[in-house]
Ligand binder design. Structure first.
Ligand SMILES: *[C@@H]1O[C@H](CO)[C@@H](O)[C@H](O)[C@H]1NC(C)=O
Ligand SMILES: *[C@@H]1O[C@H](CO)[C@@H](O)[C@H](O)[C@H]1NC(C)=O
Ligand SMILES: *[C@@H]1O[C@H](CO)[C@@H](O)[C@H](O)[C@H]1NC(C)=O
Ligand SMILES: *[C@@H]1O[C@H](CO)[C@@H](O)[C@H](O)[C@H]1NC(C)=O
Length: 361
């Protein structure tokens, strides 16, 4: 697998996103890098400009024939390869807010399960799926045009789902970079992992006007009236906030957290020994910016970690009616996650596929 990777013109996700180019210049840059600088470039550039000006917006699908017939010479045959983040956001966002998840092909069943639960709370229209490979981009947009976008470069998809692997790290390391791009374009963004299920609408819980909202990954039970401040550091010298569910406003404070997060990821690069993911870096970033940024810890009863929800029936009973999002974490492996969701009646992708905007996958 690694030689396959080295043959590809893979860019370092960090060098690619650092420094962050202003939103106005980032979009035209992308398609250009796909082609060699020949006279063909001028021709294709013209087509891209035409494509950009074409009516992508207001539910119209980029299905123009000129575009798809000329997409062959590019690296991907995907007719959605030129769909930019800017275009996707103006299509999907409602009231300046968008709900995003980041998926590669192995996660598609979880995406569908999560989407069904989002649709039950009438929020699916504002979902934008950030596809990490062309197969996912095509699959989602073919069934649900305009709701998936790919932010280059494409990472190795097969490796990306192995928790603790380098591929998984690269996959999660892109999260702050994608979220920052969305904030730079001026949108509020709610990020969700797709191994989650909504039992209620989380937007109702976004009280006040804070910069960043997040949930605790600690299993220790807190009183219902717990503080909404960033929790104090634990044994590792930092808190245990989950990078699985985050809401950010396009403020300087929220951008600072994401920039710090990327910085922390660079400071502590992946090593096989550490088997790290992006969560520690997120926590260091929150801790180091807490004085300057308006942070808000969401209520535990509404957003319990899987380590609590799936482990303590007494607590679940006590907090009945208060749960908003259930996260299937504190367990490793797709099969185990699916089984646990089934055991708790939270695997909707089989019996309720018709409720998903993607249908049965
Ligand atoms: C958008 O905002 C308006 C006014 O604040 C509100 O009535 C409406 O419900 C919002 N729509 C969504 C989808 O949140
Ligand atoms: C992860 O990213 C690094 C550069 O940051 C790259 O060298 C490596 O090949 C990538 N690995 C995988 C498995 O994607
Ligand atoms: C929560 O309620 C208890 C008793 O009802 C009180 O003693 C405590 O100070 C409250 N905590 C917060 C953070 O408001
Ligand atoms: C489970 O929840 C109950 C009710 O909140 C609590 O009293 C008990 O200590 C919890 N058990 C464990 C093992 O954390």
């Amino acid at each position: 697998m690694s030689h396959v990777l080295h043959q590809r013109p893979l860019q370092n996700p960090f060098s690619n996103s650092f420094p962050f180019s202003p939103p106005s210049s980032s979009n035209p840059k992308r398609p250009i890098s796909l082609f060699t600088p020949t006279t063909l470039l001028t021709l294709l550039l013209l087509l891209i400009i035409i494509g950009t000006l074409c009516p992508y917006y207001a539910g119209l699908i980029p299905q123009n024939t000129i575009f798809s017939s000329f997409s062959k010479p590019s690296l991907s045959s995907s007719k959605w390869a030129h769909y930019t983040l800017d275009q996707a956001l103006s299509f999907a966002a409602k009231n300046g807010s968008v709900i995003v998840c980041i998926v590669s092909q192995p996660y598609l069943p979880f995406l569908n399960n999560w989407l069904i639960s989002v649709a039950r709370h009438k929020r699916e229209g504002m979902v934008l799926v950030i596809a990490e490979d062309y197969a996912s981009l095509e699959k989602v947009n073919q069934r649900w045009p305009g709701h998936a976008v790919l932010i280059p470069p494409v990472l190795d998809a097969e490796d990306a789902h192995k928790f603790g692997s380098k591929g998984f790290f690269n996959f999660t390391a892109r999260r702050p970079s994608h979220l920052l791009k969305i904030l730079e374009l001026g949108y509020n963004v709610m990020y969700n992992d797709v191994d989650m299920v909504w039992l209620a609408d989380p937007f109702a819980k976004l009280e006040g006007n804070h910069d960043v909202y997040f949930t605790d990954d600690m299993t220790a039970i807190k009183p219902l009236n717990h503080s909404h401040d960033l929790p104090p550091p634990g044994k590792k010298g930092r808190p245990y906030i989950c990078s699985c569910m985050i809401f950010l406003r396009p403020t300087d404070g929220a951008k600072l957290v994401l920039k710090k997060w990327l910085e922390e990821l660079q400071l502590q690069p992946w090593s096989r020994a550490k088997k790290s993911n992006d969560q520690p870096a997120f926590n260091w970033a929150l801790m180091k910016t807490a004085k300057e940024v308006d942070l808000y810890l969401l209520p535990q009863a509404a957003f319990p970690t899987g380590g609590l929800y799936f482990k303590n029936k007494t607590w679940v009973k006590e907090t009945k009616g208060k749960h908003v999002i259930i996260h299937n974490n504190y367990i490793v492996g797709f099969e185990k996650k699916i089984k646990r969701f089934r055991d708790y009646g939270l695997w909707l992708a089989d019996d309720h596929a018709e409720e998903s905007p993607l249908g049965r996958l």
